[in-house]
Design a protein around this ligand. Sequence first.
Ligand code: BG6
Length: 483
Amino acid sequence: PETGCLSIIVLGASGDLAKKKTFPALFNLYRQGFLHSNEVHIFGYARTKISDDELRNRIRGYLINKDATSEHSEEVSKFLQLIKYVSGSYDAEDGFRLLDKEIAEHEFSKNSQEGSSRRLFYLALPPSVYPSVCRMIKLCCMNKSNLGGWTRIVVEKPFGKDLDSAEQLSAQIGELFDEPQIYRIDHYLGKELVQNLLVLRFANRMFLPLWNRDNIDNVQIVFREDFGTEGRGGYFDEYGIIRDIIQNHLLQVLCLVAMEKPVSLKPEHIRDEKVKVLQSVLPITDDEVVLGQYEGYTDDPTVPDLSNTPTFASMILRIHNERWEGVPFILKAGKALNSRKAEIRIQFKDVPGDIYRCQRQGRNEFVIRLQPLEAIYMKLTVKQPGLEMSTVQSELDLSYGQRYQGFTIPEAYERLILDTIRGDQQHFVRRDELKAAWEIFTPLLHRIDNGEMKPIPYKPGSRGPSEADELLSKSGYVQTHGY
Ligand code: BG6
């Protein structure tokens, strides 16, 4: 591992993302010994004029709960001491010059003997300020050590609103930083079971011959949330569920399910294969899309009364290649539904010449539940125990809670920040991947934005519009029993 001083700069330090995700992830890395106090310093940067202690106090509540042990509270206090705050605007030099001075002082004190300087800028900010912030970093805050090191930028979606705006944003950032310096986070790529997908597919002989159009009938990738857009209506209404969840999180999962085996585990090899999948997706047709909006969504004062924004979408993607021709990939995401769940459901075709057809319970399925209660299970038809010869559908079940008791499943952000420090871009979205993802959805999004397609109202706490279930059965999915 690299040594030398590591400065982590969280821009937008007093915002929601920083408090809820970034700082807790940094704290967990610290607790587990991945951030050493003798080489790490954390800087918060934002416009608000507050002191170091005020920032620390704002963060503290997100790292500690009322049941925390005194040992935990002590760790939190030690961690908070690593954080300094600098205030300044996002488009003027003085704040960034001051920030640079603070970072350099810290580097000087830690590097008194030797060492390189590593600077990680985490933009917990709205994308509208990415270009100016990147310009300021480039102008004022780059690593200047002649002993080596690096400067890296972490950015998060939304990367634009459609193909053109995303390309423009990529070009603006791309003029300032090279691709190996840019880490585009899609936090689904940091989830334990998403990271397991390539292992499952390529390290298990039994799946290799099955994973194709000859055996698989349909694939569902589903995201459900049992709460609405409370508190985020303003942001959400501008983007909608397709930009918020499907174009990024679910599409990334689709890539990992559908891609060919990469030449190696090198990040570039993996991302090359993902891009090929995206480029093979056919245009989405309107009759294979169902949009919904939950009743009451527009009661939020930050949402326009006549909003056409979908809070639910279900659609079929078709991949035009040798492996997947004819296999529908159903992507479904919704807010304010009856449960919170994210899962991949791979349904196999019927058994040819099925001699048990009278008793058939359903098809084989391979299910990967990303959350909650991470699990991988297979639905099989087996003989019901007993004297009669009857069949029943049962599960081969790898529930993580039971099988991996005592293991902690890391938060997505923890892992992704660690990857950034280590310089591993495997779980980050490359520029051409982002472009290909927008190419798939932009025509559909424009039709929705122009009001040519309207969301169907659904009741909060329901399964979403019943038209989505009809689309699912039209795709060939056969409802099976069990879970
Ligand atoms: C975010 C979306 O990217 O993902 C949110 O903006 C959504 O709308 C969240 O709630 C879901 O993440 P997770 O990890 O809870 O599934």
